[in-house]
Design a protein around this ligand. Structure first.
Ligand code: COA
Length: 356
């Protein structure tokens, strides 16, 4: 995982909008969130998390076949942020693309990565969830700006003869709720203009109460469906890793499943809602705290804009045995040099052949 150094606490927010720590903690469970600095972007956070994941997995970026980057705050409309990450880490033979399923995106991405591996389309897949929602939040809107934070998390998924990995996945959507949570401006429907800026259409718009109602309904339902599809029950699950949007939504999901809160991973108090990055960040922390071990079964469950929702039942496996030692410093140096040389070659070729 990778999160910005800068932390914004609830009392910092009290100085920006009409809110208070007590309201935010009691309604959401959030105490602080990380906010990207001037030089931090969705690609830089994603690359940081990616390098860390490759290091843990002992996998060289050159061995990656595919990079799936889930985000709702891409660097540009195009090119895909995944391609910027591919260049930064030097994944020379990987296909790369972005996936947009909002806060549910990481569940979609993990399932897609797993399907690519199972169909022999790929051996090593890097799945990243990365967000800098602080860049698209209206810092004058207390309904939304208190909720979100920035960060990234990444998984390396690998083909293996051992049982485990993604056992089942439930992916759902309902576009009739598209207007409940959106950034309407800047796309082809409302191209960026003085008017869209004036109307604030480039900011997150949200109907909090409706999203809340939807979330409490689908979180337990999707988790239940994911375990039933594997002929298991929640009693077989060691850890539930829910999307970290609101402590009350998480507690409602646990209640709906009749599942003990002690077995639910919660870290929303320190990160806020990092959208698609929240599940991989929570997973990394669960792993580091010894709450997720090889052989454990975990359900990851999320909901978000779209509307989308989904759950994946995963048997956690540790990193595969030693492959190629990864030196992050060398990898970064190689990637940067390769990128500079590739740009230089393109310039020279343009000079020789003319620019059209
Ligand atoms: N500080 C203080 N008061 C605030 C506030 C803030 N930051 N934000 C809203 N309020 C006020 C409202 O204006 C409202 O006042 P009013 O009754 O005078 O109009 C009051 O608090 C209650 O607002 P309400 O919207 O009913 O609060 P809530 O209990 O539903 O909590 C959310 C609001 C946004 C925290 C909650 O609805 C939620 O978490 N929804 C889901 C959002 C989400 O998860 N989005 C991301 C999905 S991935």
């Amino acid at each position: 995982m990778a999160v910005p150094d800068k932390i914004l606490t609830n009392s910092d927010l009290e100085k920006i909008v009409d809110t208070d720590d007590e309201w935010i903690v009691s309604r959401t469970g959030i105490r602080e969130r990380h906010i990207a600095g001037a030089n931090e972007t969705t690609a830089s956070l994603a690359s940081g998390a990616a390098m860390r994941a490759l290091e843990v997995a002992n996998l060289h970026p050159g061995d990656l076949d595919m990079i799936i980057l889930s985000t709702s705050s891409p660097e540009h409309i195009f090119p895909a942020t995944a391609c910027l990450v591919q260049d930064r880490i030097g994944a020379v033979k990987a296909g790369a693309f972005d996936l947009l399923a909002a806060c549910t995106g990481f569940i979609y991405a993990v399932n897609l990565g797993s399907q690519a591996i199972k169909s022999n389309g790929a051996e090593n897949v890097l799945v990243i969830g990365s967000e800098t929602l602080s860049r698209v939040v209206n810092w004058k809107d207390r309904n939304t700006c208190i909720l979100f934070g920035d960060g990234a998390g990444a998984f390396v998924m690998q083909a293996s003869e051992e049982p485990g990995g993604v056992m089942t996945a439930i992916l759902r959507s309902d576009g009739s709720g598209a207007d409940l949570l959106s950034i309407p401006g800047g796309g082809s429907r409302h191209p960026a203009s003085m008017q869209t800026l004036y109307d604030g259409l480039h900011y997150i718009q949200m109907n909090g109460r409706e999203v809340f109602r939807f979330a409490t309904r689908v979180m337990a339902e999707a988790s239940q469906q994911a375990v039933e599809a594997a002929n298991l029950t929640m009693n077989d699950i060691q850890l539930l890793i829910p999307h970290q949007a609101n402590q009350r939504i998480i507690e409602a999901a646990a209640r709906g499943l009749n599942y003990p809160m002690e077995q639910v991973m919660v870290n929303i108090e320190r990160y806020g809602n990092t959208s698609t990055a929240s599940i991989p960040i929570a997973t990394v922390e669960a792993f580091e705290q010894g709450r997720l071990n090889p052989g454990d079964k975990t359900v990851m469950v999320a909901f978000g804009s779209g509307l989308t929702w989904g759950a994946a039942l995963i048997e956690w496996t540790g990193p595969l045995p030693y492959r190629r030692k990864v030196s992050p410093r060398k990898v970064r140096w190689f990637a940067r040099t390769r990128s500079i040389l590739a740009r230089l070659r393109r310039r020279i070729e343009g000079f020789i052949w003319g620019n059209g």
